[in-house]
Design a protein around this ligand. Structure first.
Ligand code: BEZ
Ligand code: FE
Length: 341
């Protein structure tokens, strides 16, 4: 049987048997017509049809090879190659393929106003942390560290946290818990303090829930945006965060269970630090005494992100103190899209 390569509207090539009457129906756009005409004098033979599972990949890669966007072409070729290799290596069955499709549909359906299950899936596979590490090498003046000082964004960052004055308490309403004082300095890559940098902080409550997950908390509770002073310093008050489970009510929870993995993140604070002319640093600081520090289900803990939450007594009351500095790299500040509104 003779076949020819046809291009669809997106420019992808595909193989089809030549049939003169059928051909008329393909004609609809000039590119398609040109592809047909070009191939008619040089018909492909059935050797270009897949004959074995292994022979399919080159055909798929060829079909995608004219993608005008070079980066999209590279990413899709690599992704497709790895996917084909994965399916061949593990001999994926039809039932397993159906299950995988159901999982992908499920994470889309479980994503909504208060939760982004797609990001969660990427977090649980370690991919979010991998992307953060790869794109955020340590700043040159962070002597002695080779680990990234960035961490995954997570699914709970909200834009437009209330602007706060130095020393403000982000625990609004009657959030009970051990009081926490946090302070530090934001530096540039030359080690100079950065005045006017923004330190956006968010955290879960002492019962382990973000305000958007918990109707008993006021809107924007435990979220705030601070500006560094002339010496690059920031200072805030809050309550000691608790470890908490990542959401387990969707397909990701089922996956964790099937893998005998626990869902508990170690207690942490989230930060997004930014300044004009600098890359946005998205990071987290983990309590050094957190129970699951070495088994974070989303693999976000690196050594420089472990903070010492010192316990002290003040006026007869226990208080936790954390000092943590941030180092920004030069570049364009690009903010992420908020995973939830
Ligand atoms: C968080 O820390 O907010 C988080 C990160 C990844 C998955 C779930 C929660
Ligand atoms: Fe968190």
């Amino acid at each position: 049987m003779l076949v020819q390569a046809l291009a669809d509207a997106s420019g992808a090539l595909w193989l089809a048997p030549i049939d003169a009457s059928q051909r008329q129906s393909y004609i609809g756009c000039n590119r398609l017509q040109a592809a047909c005409d070009e191939r008619e004098t040089e018909p492909m033979t059935s050797t270009l049809l897949p004959t074995t599972p292994e022979s399919l990949l080159p055909l798929v890669l060829q079909a995608m090879s004219r993608t005008p966007d070079a980066r999209l072409r590279q990413l899709m070729a690599a992704l497709t190659t790895h996917l084909h290799q994965f399916v061949l290596e593990t001999r994926v069955t039809e039932a397993e393929f159906e299950r995988a499709v159901a999982f992908l549909v499920g994470i889309g359906q479980a994503t909504g106003e208060t939760k982004n299950e797609v990001i969660l899936a990427s977090d649980l596979l370690g991919v979010s942390t991998l992307v953060a590490m790869l794109n955020n090498p340590p700043s040159p003046n962070q002597i002695g560290t080779s680990e990234s000082h960035a961490a995954l964004l997570g699914p709970f960052w909200r834009q437009h946290a209330p602007r706060c004055a130095a020393g403000d308490n982000i625990a609004r309403g009657d959030t009970a818990g051990t009081p926490l004082d946090v302070n530090g300095t934001v530096y540039d890559a030359a080690g100079q303090p950065l005045a006017g940098a923004l330190v956006d902080v968010w955290q879960a409550s002492p019962v382990g829930l973000y305000e958007n997950q918990d109707e008993s908390q006021p809107d924007m509770n435990l979220r705030g945006c601070f500006t560094t002073d002339a010496q690059g310093r920031y200072r805030l008050r809050s309550v000691h965060p608790a470890g908490y489970p990542v959401p387990t009510d969707g397909p990701c929870g089922e996956l964790l269970q099937a893998q005998l993995r626990h869902p508990y993140r170690p207690a942490h604070l989230h930060f997004m630090v930014s300044a004009p002319g600098h890359r946005v640093l998205i990071t987290q600081v983990f309590a050094d005494d957190a129970e699951t520090l070495h088994s974070d289900p989303v693999f976000g803990v690196t050594a420089p992100l472990v903070g010492h939450f010192e316990r002290v007594q003040r006026d007869g009351q226990e208080l936790a103190l954390l000092t943590h500095d941030f180092h920004l790299l030069p570049g364009e500040p690009v903010f992420p899209h908020p995973p939830i509104p």
